[in-house]
Design a protein around this ligand. Structure first.
Ligand code: PGA
Length: 263
């Protein structure tokens, strides 16, 4: 039986004092239970702050990205052993925003090449995370143009194949996959529940092919893209949706606590 997992992706939001206030309110709103797993992925700068506040709870802290080398001349980057050192349990990889695929674009389009993630870099990052015992949250999902061209399944299958190349099922057993349709991220447009459920079932079938039956059955598949208190319950009730990756709504304790309660 897969335990439901709700992960907050804070993206580039909240200073240390704002993060503390948000977590303190959240902890007052949520009954401690070990029946579901909850994690927050704040900015690198607030990982320790959030981790400290979670110390006596079962909540976990994660990162939003990682570089695949352990150390060296890689200005601006952070490695898996460094994330481990500050207590990271999870790390998001291959988010559409680090791949330069935005649901809602509010930066100049000419800067897109700056976000240079590929399936190959995602693969290197996952290998480094697994080596350092950090659980990867592998994001995949199609753009609106890909969906309209009927390419949703093939785009996602190619992303999974590339990201998991050379990785054994037993290694990714505790891994997480997040289905995040790019057009639904930060736009307020949620994917239709039945369609989100269908894609997540397709992902589990693809994982049987890419990894193996036992890994595919154990991997938590999350839905992400405008998850709110009002839609979380029906999304999480789909047989192959094991929780959510929540952006905007995880920044407000009251909204995030409603989503956790739905799980
Ligand atoms: P959103 O973001 O909930 O704000 O749409 C989800 C994500 O990008 O992980």
């Amino acid at each position: 039986m897969r335990k439901k997992l709700v992960v907050g992706n804070w993206k580039m939001n909240l200073t240390r004092s704002e993060a503390s206030a948000t977590i303190e309110s959240l902890l007052l709103m949520i009954e401690p239970t070990t029946e579901i797993e909850v994690a927050i992925c704040p900015t690198y700068l607030t990982i320790e702050t959030v981790g400290q506040l979670f110390k006596r709870t079962h909540f976990k802290v994660g990162a939003q990205d990682v570089f695949w080398m352990n150390s060296g001349a890689f200005t601006g980057n952070v490695s898996a052993p460094m994330l481990k050192d500050v207590g990271c349990h999870f790390c998001i990889v291959g988010h559409s925003e680090t791949r330069g695929r935005f649901g809602k674009l509010d930066i100049p389009e000419s800067t897109i090449p700056y976000f240079s993630e590929t399936d190959e870099t995602v693969n290197l990052k996952i290998k480094s995370l697994l080596y350092h015992s950090i659980h990867p949250i592998l994001c995949c999902g199609e753009t609106l143009a890909e969906r309209e061209a009927g390419q949703t399944d093939e785009v996602i299958q190619a992303q999974l194949k590339g990201a998991l190349s050379g990785i054994e099922g037993a290694e990714f057993h505790d891994g997480v996959v997040a289905y995040e349709p790019v057009w639904a991220i930060g736009t307020g447009k949620t994917c239709d529940t039945a369609e989100a459920g269908r894609v997540c079932t397709m992902i589990r079938k693809a994982l049987v092919e890419i990894l193996d039956e036992s890994a595919a059955a154990s991997i938590r598949i999350l839905y992400g893209g405008s998850v709110k208190g009002s839609n979380a319950g029906e999304l999480f009730a789909q047989p192959d949706i094991d929780g959510g990756l929540v952006g905007g709504a995880s920044l407000v304790a009251e909204d995030f606590s409603k989503i956790i309660q739905s799980a």
